[in-house]
Design a protein around this ligand. Structure first.
Ligand code: SF4
Ligand code: SF4
Length: 191
């Protein structure tokens, strides 16, 4: 009985000895990942260069590994980084902690945060595994002015950033929104 089991086991070895090797010569040869592979994160921009991130921290709260740090700040009429009231003045992801679960991108309300298929994230130290906002931000397209923009510039473009029936976004700054809460109807709208 034992001999039969041994022969059965050896037959597996013999079968695989005849197969072609499947060794991939990485890194010279890279196999394409699945299109939905969870790799390095990307902080996206709108076409006009404004950042999609509104500094809401939902991604950080959703992260089970506490890998994301976000610090929000107010946009102002003369210095606007995102179409919302706020933007992320600081944004970091630690790839020493990230488990690539994708919960952060599910939580993001503006699709600011997405994941690419880039998987070569090994770094020589824990410090180097902390990716800063500058490292994570999508590059600007040719000829696009980097933020900050003024409300006047943004309004002139007439872009509907958030979809829906409204053609032009209401770009009330946080300061104007607060003033409107304190004195309803007096806030200066920027459109
Ligand atoms: S992929 Fe998962 S672990 Fe990584 S930052 Fe996003 S929520 Fe956190
Ligand atoms: S990436 Fe998305 S969820 Fe995270 S702070 Fe920015 S807007 Fe909010």
């Amino acid at each position: 009985m034992a001999l039969v089991e041994i022969l059965r086991g050896l037959s597996v070895t013999a079968r695989n000895m005849l197969r072609r090797p499947v060794t991939t010569q990485y890194p010279e040869q890279k196999k394409p990942t699945s299109p939905r592979y969870h790799g390095r994160h990307l902080l996206n921009r709108y076409e006009d260069g404004l950042e999609k991130c509104i500094g809401c921290e939902l991604c950080a709260w959703a992260c089970p590994a506490d890998a994301i740090f976000v610090q929000g700040a107010d946009n102002s009429p003369t210095a606007r980084y995102s179409p919302g009231e706020r933007y992320a003045i600081d944004y970091q992801i630690s790839y020493a902690r990230c488990i690539f679960c994708g919960l952060c991108i599910e939580a993001c309300p503006t699709r600011a945060l997405t994941m690419t298929t880039e998987y070569e994230l090994a770094r020589p130290s824990r410090e180097a595994l902390v990716f800063t906002k500058e490292m994570l931000l999508a590059p600007l397209q040719n000829g696009v002015k980097p933020p900050p923009h003024t409300d006047e510039e943004v309004r002139a473009r007439g872009i509907n950033y958030y979809g829906g029936p409204q053609a032009t976004p209401v770009l009330a700054s946080a300061e104007a929104a607060r003033s409107n809460e304190e004195h309803p109807g007096t806030a200066r709208r920027s459109h």
